[in-house]
Design a protein around this ligand. Structure first.
Ligand SMILES: [Ca+2]
Ligand SMILES: [Ca+2]
Ligand SMILES: [Ca+2]
Ligand SMILES: [Ca+2]
Length: 400
């Protein structure tokens, strides 16, 4: 009886506290591997199984040194280790890269939306060998995705423009590269993009963050047209957010927004932002408790269940110091309780300072143990400071 009361008491305490009744033993991350040292990595790394061996591979592009081939491909060994492929392809310049099968031959192809106003298409012939085409464009790009949006079996190419292109959708054009299909939100500065079914109608939608106008949700209609809905109620002094991820943070079945790079002000607490979907009634509710630990904002955000308790956690780049130098940045793990509350984890295993500015964070299971690992692209204003770093998830013990 005493035991039953004890268990009931624990349950009641867990319900009343409204937070996770779990305790975890860190660190979460260990054994970092550093790739591509001495370059200024930009945009978002791509983690996909390029060669179809069931192991995730890696594509990233660097900005400086400008004279070197910017696009690097590493094949994954399935153990968190990566082997770089010799560069047999032409450089796209630093680019937003997307991966997918453009021509239906079962091989994974690449599209690189270059910062330098062109789109490179790389049709995969054999491991690391591509048939290339290049198309000039009026704007540069920050992100590219290859995804079948309308379910007809033919992928679309979704590009996010750098300064004014907005969102452009293309379709594959065989050896000719890609053909324009639709164009939305022209004149806006693109930051980040995700393709997720936001309104649960079975059709993938587009969520994108922009300079000045914040976050836009583009809902796909059954006719294949798009309805743009601004995400209202998101707070940032500069009206913009940089990096974006989407996931169901509070387990209500509706995808929520995680953002980083929003700015509250110089002497105000900064940090990543999470907004919970209000579901069918529309709109967003802030879930910021526990997130504001930085002095200055940074890019890079990823949602995944890093500690294995069933609730999404968040990793963000940030600067917790007054320091503005190139290596004042760190990576921070916030545990989520499944209700929209966050707890900064001190012993995550990730450095809290000493890192060059993170630009892109991708969470995927690289070594097949079902725990999400990390790929982080770091850039720096000075040439020679950046790298791509892979962190393996050490599968922390979570106790209830
Ligand atoms: Ca939808
Ligand atoms: Ca939700
Ligand atoms: Ca978790
Ligand atoms: Ca793993």
């Amino acid at each position: 009886m005493k035991l039953a009361i004890g268990i009931l008491g624990c349950l009641l305490a867990a319900i009343l506290s409204g937070c996770s009744a779990t305790h975890y033993e860190g660190p979460v991350f260990s054994h970092p591997t550093t790739l591509g040292e001495g370059k200024e990595w930009r945009n978002y790394p791509v983690v996909e199984d390029l060669d179809g061996d069931g192991r995730l591979d890696l594509v990233a592009t660097h900005r400086r040194p400008l004279h070197e081939n910017s696009m690097h491909i590493w094949l994954g060994g399935g153990d968190g280790q990566f082997q770089e492929l010799p560069q047999t392809w032409h450089s796209p310049g630093y680019s937003g890269v997307g991966a997918g099968d453009l021509n239906g031959d079962g091989q994974i192809d690449l599209v690189a939306g270059s910062h330098f106003n062109r789109i490179h298409t790389y049709l995969s012939r054999d491991l690391g060998m591509f048939t290339e085409s290049v198309m000039p464009s009026p704007d540069g790009y920050v992100n590219a995705n290859i995804k079948d949006l309308n379910g007809d079996g033919i992928p679309e190419i979704i590009m996010l423009g750098n300064e004014r292109a907005g969102i452009e959708i293309f379709e594959p054009g065989g050896d000719q590269g890609i053909i324009p299909k639709s164009h939305m939100l022209e004149g806006n500065i693109g930051r980040d993009i995700r393709i997720v079914d936001m309104n649960k109608d079975g059709l993938p939608d587009i969520v994108a963050s922009f300079g000045r106008i914040g976050v836009m949700v583009l809902l796909q209609t059954a006719a294949g047209t798009w309805t743009a809905v601004p995400a209202e109620g998101l707070k940032s002094e500069t009206s913009e957010f940089r990096s974006l991820d989407v996931g169901d943070v509070n387990n209500d079945g509706w995808p929520d927004l995680a953002l980083n790079g929003g700015f509250a002000g110089l002497f105000k607490p900064n940090g990543p932002d999470v907004y919970l979907s209000n579901g069918e009634k529309g709109g967003w509710s802030p879930a910021l408790t526990g997130l504001k630990h930085f002095k200055r904002p940074a890019e890079g955000v990823a949602l995944a269940d890093f500690d294995g308790d069933g609730n999404l956690d968040l990793i963000a780049g940030g600067n917790p110091s007054e320091d503005t130098n190139n290596k004042a940045y760190g990576l921070f793990l916030f545990r989520g309780d499944g209700r929209g509350h966050w707890e900064l984890i001190e012993d995550s295993g990730l450095p809290k300072s000493g890192l060059p500015r993170p630009y892109g964070i991708v969470a995927r299971d690289l070594n097949g143990d079902s725990h999400p690992d990390l790929v982080v692209a770091h850039g720096a204003p000075e040439e020679g400071d950046g790298f791509v770093r892979v962190w393996l998830n050490a599968a922390p013990k979570v106790k209830r």
